[in-house]
Design a protein around this ligand. Structure first.
Ligand code: HT7
Ligand code: ZN
Length: 872
C-alpha cells in the first residue's frame, strides 16, 4: 500500500453540493442510484478528468447530464471519467452491492437481518462512487425502498419526508438532511426494529423527537440510553451553549459493529453493547459506558459534524475534543475525581504503551497507509488530554471564549488543528506555538524533579528537567510546554500560599517550557511536602526524589482526591516493582508495611466516597506494572508480585474487610446512580481480597446466589472464576449463569471475558476451548473482543507464555478474521505492540509469530500495516 502524507494535501478538484440517493434494499443485490450535482472547485484548476473513489462495487449504469458516458475507466478503487464539462453537471450513477456478503462491516451491511451502514472513514465508496473525503460537503436527500415485511423501519440522516406503500408489498421512506456533510456521516438503516421514543425541547424552543431503535424483543432495555441522551443534550446547552439542529434525533443499536458507535448526522448507529441496559443484564460499568458513549456521539453533532475535519490527519480535531467533552460530562454526572482516576488508568494502560512502542505516532499524524489504524488511544485519549492542558494553559475564561469563537468561525467548515489553535491564540492573546508540539511530537515526555529545601532561607528549590523519548520517524524532540499543577503542604495538611511568578508559576501551575528550569519558592517556613502533577495536569511520566514518608503523607492527606489516589497508586507500583526486582515477586520489601496499614485506614474511612475507596483498593494492573518494569519483563513474575502484595493486604485486614463487606451488602433494589454503584464497587473489591484466603469461595458464591442485578452477579462470578477456576462452587455458579443468560449474547460475552482473563499457563488452552462454545461467533466483533482481545490485552501472564502458545493463538485468529474483517484483524494485531520489552524467550517467540504472520498470503493492508510497524 502507498503512504498518504499530510504534506501532499490538496483541495478536491470537484465539489458535490447536493446528492440524491435512492436505495432498493435487497440482501444480496441492493441497487443504489446516486444523482450528484457536480461542479469544479472554484480555487483549483482540475484537468478534464474526474476521479471518484470506489471500493468493491459494481457499476450498473452511468449518465452525465442525462446521456450515457463513453469515456469511463473503472479500476478496483476508482471511477475515472475523461472530458467532463467545465460547467456544473449532473452525474447519475447506479451501483449494485451485496450487503449480506459484507463481513467487513464497512459500507452497507446486514447485522442480524438489519441493513445498516458504517461510512467512517472510507466506507461510503463501498456504496457508490464519490469523492469520499471529509472536505467534500453535500446536502443529502435519501429515498429508501424495501419489502415492508423485512424492513418496516427505514431511517436515514436529517428530517423525515414522505413515506408510503409501493406495489408488491414494498414501501418507501424519504429523508432530507439540510446540513451539508461529508460522506463519512451518511447513514441508512432498514429493518424489523422497534423504537422507543421521547422528546426534548431545546433552549431555543425546538421540539425534537428522540428515538432509540433496537432489535425486536429488546425494547425494554432502551430506557437508560434515552435518559443519557436527554442529559447530554441539556449539558451541551448549559456548558458549551450548543443546541441541537434537527427535528429528530435517532439512535439505532446493531449487534455487529466494528467500534463503539458512530455519530452520523441525526442517526447515530451504536454497537448494542453501548445501548442496551437493564439491572439484570447490564453492570454498573455498562451503565457508565452507555452514558458516556451516548454523550460522545451526541457531542459530535457540533465537534465533528457542524465543524468537520479537512482531512483524516485532523482526526483528533473531532475525536480528542469530543472525548474531552464526554469526560467533562461524565465528571459532572458522577464524581469528578473518580472519573479522573478511570481516565488516567485508561491512558496509562492503553495510550502510554502505544506511545512508548513501535506504533507510536503524534496526536496529529503526518503519514498513514491505512486510516482505520489511526483510531487510536493516542488520537482519542491523548488528544483529549491535550485539550485539557490547553484549558489549563489559557485559563477557563479564554478556553470558553476560544471554543465559542471556534464554533462561530468554523461552523460549516472542514477545519484543521491550526484553525482550532488559532481561536485560542486569539481568545487568550498569547501564542501557542510551543503548546502545539503536543499535536506534533509523539512519545510520553519524562519529567524529573530534584527538590532542595534550605531551612535557614525558608526556600524551596525545584529543579525540573524534561525529555521526550525518540519514537518512530522522530528522533530529535523540542522541549514541550508542560503544565504541572502542584501544591506545597504543611505538616498539618494545610497549603502554603503560592504567589504567581510571571509566566513560570500561575494559579498553582508550574509551566515548564524549557528543557531544564529551576523554580524557587521563598517564605516556606518549614520543610513542605511537594505534590506535583495534581489532577494529572499533563500526560507525562514524573520522577521525583521524594522520601517515602512524604509519599505516604500525600496518600493520606492530599485534599484533591484524584491526586491522593495518584500518590497511593505510585506507592503501590513502587512496592510491587521492588518485590518483582528483588525476589521475582515472592517477598515484599520491608517498606511495604506502612502502606499495607494505609489500605486498612482507607477502606474503613466512611468520610470517603465508596467509589473512591474501591479504586484506592484496586492495585495497579499487570499491563501498567509490566510497562513500568522496563525491559526484559517477565509477566509471570509481575503477576506473582502483585498477588503477593494483594495477599498481604488481605491477610492484614481480614477481619476489618469482612466486617466492612457485611455492612455493605444491601437489600435495596438496584439503582444505577453513582453512589449505589460505588457501594457495589467497594463490596466487590473487598470480596476479591476476602476470597484470596478462603478455601471454598463460599462468600462469592453466596453473593452470586443472592444477587438481583448483573453487577453483583457477574462480579461474584468473576471473583470465583479468577480466584478459584477449578472449584466446584465455580463450576456450579458458571453453569447457573449460562443457564440463566445463555440466550443473551452480551451477557455471555462477560463470561467469555472472565474465561479469557484467568491468569497463568492454562490460559491459551482455556481460550481455545471457549472458541468451541456455540456462543462464540467469529464474524461478530463483540464475541471476538470479549474472548480474544480480553485474553491478549488483559491477561499478561496468560497471553505472554514463554512457549509462544498465546501468540500463536492470537495469530491464528487474526489469520481467520482478517480476510473477513480487516479492521478487526488489525486491532487484534496491535496486542503485539509491547513485544520488545519482554524477556528473551518471549521476545523470540513473538518475533517468530509476527514474521510468520507477515509472510501470510493475502494479508489485508490494515493488518500488514500494523505488523510491519510492530516489527520495525
Ligand atoms: N467516529 C467514530 C469512529 C468509528 C469508526 C472508525 C472506523 C471504523 C468504524 C468506525 N465506527 C465508528 C466513533 C467515534 O469516535 O465517535
Ligand atoms: Zn468520536
Amino acid at each position: 500500500g502507498t503512504t498518504i502524507n499530510l504534506s501532499d494535501y490538496a483541495p478536491p478538484s470537484y465539489l458535490v453540493p447536493s446528492v440524491a440517493l435512492t436505495f432498493r434494499l435487497h440482501p444480496n443485490r441492493t441497487i443504489v442510484k446516486a444523482v450528484l450535482d457536480v461542479r469544479r472547485h472554484p480555487d483549483t484548476a482540475p484537468g478534464d478528468e474526474l476521479v471518484f473513489d470506489g471500493d468493491g462495487i459494481e457499476l450498473v449504469s452511468l449518465r452525465l447530464n442525462g446521456a450515457p458516458v463513453d469515456d469511463v475507466e473503472i479500476t478496483p478503487d476508482q471511477l475515472r471519467i475523461a472530458g467532463v464539462p467545465h460547467e456544473p453537471f449532473t452525474l447519475e450513477i447506479e451501483t449494485a452491492i451485496d450487503p449480506e456478503a459484507n463481513l467487513a462491516l464497512s459500507g452497507l451491511y446486514r447485522s442480524n437481518g438489519v441493513y445498516c451502514t458504517q461510512c467512517e472513514a472510507e466506507g461510503f465508496r463501498r456504496i457508490t462512487y464519490f469523492p469520499d473525503r471529509p472536505d467534500v460537503l453535500s446536502v443529502y436527500t435519501v429515498r429508501i425502498e424495501a419489502p415492508k415485511a423485512d424492513a418496516p423501519v427505514l431511517l436515514s440522516n436529517g428530517n423525515p419526508g414522505a413515506a408510503g406503500d409501493l406495489p408488491d408489498g414494498w414501501h418507501f421512506a424519504e429523508w432530507h438532511d439540510p446540513w451539508p456533510k461529508p460522506s463519512y456521516l451518511f447513514a441508512l438503516v432498514g429493518g424489523d426494529i422497534v423504537g422507543a421514543f421521547d422528546r426534548f425541547t431545546t433552549m431555543g424552543g425546538r421540539d425534537v423527537k428522540l428515538g432509540v431503535y433496537v432489535e425486536r424483543g429488546k425494547e425494554s432495555r432502551t430506557g437508560w440510553a434515552i435518559d443519557s441522551l436527554k442529559r447530554s443534550m441539556k449539558w451541551d446547552e448549559d456548558v458549551f451553549g450548543r443546541e441541537y439542529d434537527l427535528d429528530v434525533f435517532n439512535i439505532v443499536a446493531v449487534s455487529d459493529f466494528n467500534m463503539g458507535a458512530m455519530e452520523n448526522k441525526g442517526l447515530n448507529v451504536f454497537n448494542d453493547k453501548y445501548v442496551l441496559a437493564d439491572p439484570t443484564t447490564a453492570t454498573d460499568t455498562d451503565y457508565a459506558n452507555i452514558e458516556t458513549i451516548i454523550a460522545h456521539e451526541y457531542f459530535h453533532n457540533w465537534t465533528g459534524n457542524r465543524i468537520t475535519c479537512r482531512d483524516w490527519f485532523q482526526l483528533c480535531l473531532k475525536e480528542g475534543l469530543t472525548v474531552y467533552r464526554d469526560h467533562e460530562f461524565s465528571a459532572d454526572m458522577r464524581s469528578r475525581p473518580v472519573r479522573r482516576i478511570a481516565e488516567v488508568r485508561l491512558l496509562k494502560s492503553a495510550q502510554f504503551p502505544e506511545d512508548g512502542g513501535p506504533l507510536a505516532h503524534p496526536v496529529r499524524p503526518t503519514a498513514y497507509r491505512e486510516i482505520n489504524n489511526f483510531y487510536t488511544a493516542t488520537v482519542y485519549e491523548k488528544g483529549s488530554e491535550v485539550v485539557r492542558m490547553l484549558r489549563i494553559v489559557v485559563g477557563d475564561d479564554a478556553f470558553r471564549a476560544g471554543m465559542d469563537l471556534y464554533f462561530d468561525r468554523h461552523d460549516g467548515d472542514a477545519a484543521t488543528i491550526e484553525d482550532f489553535l488559532a481561536c485560542f491564540e486569539e481568545a487568550s492573546n498569547r501564542p501557542l506555538t510551543q503548546f502545539a508540539l503536543w499535536y506534533h511530537q509523539a512519545g510520553t515526555p519524562q519529567v524529573t524533579v530534584e527538590t532542595d529545601y534550605d531551612t535557614a532561607k525558608g526556600r524551596l528549590t525545584l529543579t525540573m528537567h524534561q525529555s521526550v523519548p525518540a519514537t518512530p520517524d522522530q528522533t530529535d524532540k523540542e522541549p514541550m510546554h508542560i503544565p504541572i499543577a502542584f501544591a506545597l503542604f504543611r505538616p498539618d495538611g494545610s497549603h502554603f500560599p503560592i504567589a504567581d511568578q510571571s509566566d513560570l508559576v500561575k494559579n498553582g501551575v508550574i509551566h515548564l517550557t524549557k528543557r531544564r528550569d529551576t523554580i524557587i519558592f521563598d517564605g516556606i517556613e518549614e520543610q513542605p511536602v511537594v505534590s506535583l502533577l495534581r489532577g494529572f495536569s499533563a500526560p507525562v511520566t514524573l520522577d521525583i526524589d521524594q522520601p517515602e514518608t512524604d509519599r505516604i503523607f500525600l496518600a493520606r492527606h492530599e485534599d484533591d482526591l484524584y491526586t491522593r489516589w495518584q500518590a497511593l497508586d505510585r506507592l503501590a507500583t513502587d512496592t510491587i516493582l521492588a518485590s518483582y526486582r528483588q525476589s521475582n515477586g515472592e517477598t515484599l520489601p520491608a517498606s511495604a508495611t506502612s502502606l499495607i496499614g494505609l489500605y486498612g485506614e482507607i477502606a474503613g474511612d466512611e468520610t470517603l466516597d465508596a467509589a473512591w475507596r474501591a479504586l484506592a483498593l484496586t492495585l495497579p494492573g499487570e499491563t501498567t506494572l509490566g510497562r513500568e518494569a522496563g525491559l526484559n519483563v517477565d509477566p509471570d513474575a509481575i503477576h506473582v508480585a502483585r498477588e503477593t502484595f494483594l495477599a498481604a493486604i488481605a491477610e492484614r485486614h481480614a477481619t476489618a474487610f469482612a466486617d466492612l463487606y457485611d455492612s455493605l451488602l444491601s437489600d435495596e433494589s438496584y439503582r444505577p446512580d453513582a453512589p449505589s454503584a460505588g457501594r457495589r464497587a467497594l463490596e466487590l473489591v473487598l470480596l476479591d481480597y476476602l476470597t484470596v484466603s478462603e478455601a471454598d469461595g463460599g462468600r462469592a458464591r453466596a453473593l452470586f446466589d443472592r444477587a438481583d442485578n448483573m453487577t453483583e452477579e457477574a462480579g461474584a462470578l468473576e471473583v470465583l472464576m479468577l480466584r478459584q477456576p477449578e472449584s466446584g462452587e465455580t463450576a456450579t455458579a458458571r453453569a447457573a449463569f449460562e443457564n440463566r443468560h445463555g440466550d443473551n449474547p452480551l451477557v455471555m460475552d462477560k463470561l467469555l471475558g472472565m474465561i479469557a482473563r484467568i491468569p497463568g499457563p492454562d490460559a491459551p488452552g482455556r481460550v481455545l476451548q471457549a472458541m468451541t462454545h456455540p456462543n462464540y461467533i467469529e464474524t461478530n466483533p463483540n464475541r471476538v473482543r470479549a474472548l480474544v482481545a480480553s485474553f491478549a490485552g488483559a491477561n499478561p501472564s496468560g497471553f505472554h507464555r514463554p512457549d509462544g502458545s498465546g501468540y500463536r493463538l492470537l495469530a491464528d485468529v487474526i489469520g481467520r478474521v482478517a480476510s473477513q474483517n480487516p479492521q478487526l484483524g488489525a486491532r487484534l494485531a496491535t496486542h503485539f505492540r509491547s513485544w520488545k520489552g519482554l524477556d528473551a524467550a518471549r521476545r523470540d517467540a513473538a518475533h517468530k509469530t509476527l514474521s510468520d504472520l507477515r509472510n501470510m498470503r493475502d494479508l489485508p493492508l490494515d493488518v500488514r500495516d500494523i505488523i510491519d510497524r510492530t516489527l520495525s
